[in-house]
Design a protein. Structure first.
Ligand code: KG4
Length: 345
């Protein structure tokens, strides 16, 4: 009796959420605790790296304690002790360097003190694996779109751990474009949720914003031109004293993003011959984007797997899912491993 081994504690600190999760040998998340710093960054209109690092330093012990307590309660016992664990995992890349370092140093310290194996996880691989939370039977080959505040990627997943980047943004990330457009409209940070809420009340055909790189012949994206088109439209409307129709602007901007995202995803599916598509990252929570993919995949007989809404943003549960796979493969990191701000899948 007792928990199904291994028990792995995973930590996430790559941006502005401090997370800790415990996973068991069956892939069940016994606890998945997130402390968000978003309120501390909102007044600056974006994530301030030094504040992120400092808030991780403040939060990380409490988040881990809470996580060990919840995992223990789930097993019908008192708080888990570090000595009850079989490995410690952490996001080592990509992300804000100073933020990553906090989690990496903390996880290493715990692994070292307990003599436990140490596992480094790529954050993007975490977003990809979050899809397993909605579909335990998800198997490669597949194509995935990873869209967040820092990344915009189309990836061919030939097998878990065997990835080929098919295309990526040459400038801004999709989430970043949502955040910048929201800022231009004075809607605060983060912009994605508020833009998508307003867009639901607007007309997506009201304003013809550009579909950048739709016919570029490759699978790369560009978002900065769209952001500029929206901000200059806002400027011109203000200049002539016309009141802004914010829902129409939000809906038209969002539709321009969706059209290119979906078109390129369909091309990636064609090129690879994959029949499963999945989505990951904060922007994967966008209802219109999810609906557009659903319609496009249904029409082509492609299986669409989406992460649960609660698992789109940053959290340690997705890192724990990857860590369990690494544990089974016996792929561990040395205690000399370092954080990396940039890293491909
Ligand atoms: O994955 P995430 O939590 O953090 C990063 O690793 O970046 O993603 C955050 C990003 C932000 O840019 C936010 O505006 C965007 O995801 N986002 C959305 C929505 N919810 C969050 N973008 C569009 N529509 C949404 N509903």
């Amino acid at each position: 009796e007792g928990p199904v081994r291994p028990l792995i504690l995973a930590i996430e600190s790559s941006c502005d959420e401090t997370g800790a999760a415990v996973i068991d040998g069956e892939g069940t998340l016994l606890a998945d605790v997130v402390a968000s710093q978003v309120d501390f960054h909102a007044r600056f209109g974006g994530v301030v790296p030094e504040i992120a690092s400092r808030k991780h330093v403040e939060a990380i012990c409490g988040v881990c304690e809470e996580c060990l307590e919840q995992a223990g309660a789930r097993l019908g016992q008192g708080p888990l002790a570090w000595a009850d664990l079989d490995a410690v995992a952490v996001t080592y890349a990509p992300g804000l360097m100073g933020a990553l370092v906090v989690g990496v140093a903390f996880a290493k310290g715990a692994a070292w003190a307990q003599g436990l194996p140490f596992i480094g996880v790529n954050h993007l691989e975490g977003h990809l694996h979050a899809n397993k939370l909605g579909a335990a039977d998800l198997r490669p080959p597949l194509v995935a779109s990873l869209v967040s505040g820092g990344n915009t990627l189309l990836v061919e997943v030939r097998d878990w751990g065997d990835y080929r980047v098919l295309g990526e943004t040459i400038d801004d990330a999709v989430g970043e474009a949502f955040d910048k457009v929201a800022k231009a409209l004075g809607l605060g940070y983060p912009g994605g949720p508020v833009i998508s809420r307003l867009a639901a009340q607007g007309n997506p055909d009201a304003i013809a914003f550009p579909r950048a790189m739709l016919h570029s012949g490759n699978l790369d994206f560009s978002l900065s031109g769209l952001k500029t088109a929206v901000t200059s439209y806002i400027g011109k409307e203000r200049e002539v004293g016309r009141p802004l129709n914010v829902p129409d602007i939000a809906a038209s901007f969002q539709q321009a993003v969706i059209d290119v995202q979906v078109a390129k995803a369909l091309r990636a599916l064609e090129e690879t011959g994959a029949t499963t598509f999945c989505l990951g990252g904060g922007v994967a929570a966008n209802p219109a984007l999810r609906a557009a993919y659903q319609q496009a995949c249904d029409q082509r007989g492609v299986r669409l797997v989406l992460p649960p809404l609660s698992a789109c943003g940053d959290h340690a549960g997705m890192i724990a899912l990857v860590a369990l796979e690494r544990f089974r493969q016996g792929r561990f990191f040395g205690l000399d491993a370092d954080a990396q701000a940039r890293c491909d899948l």
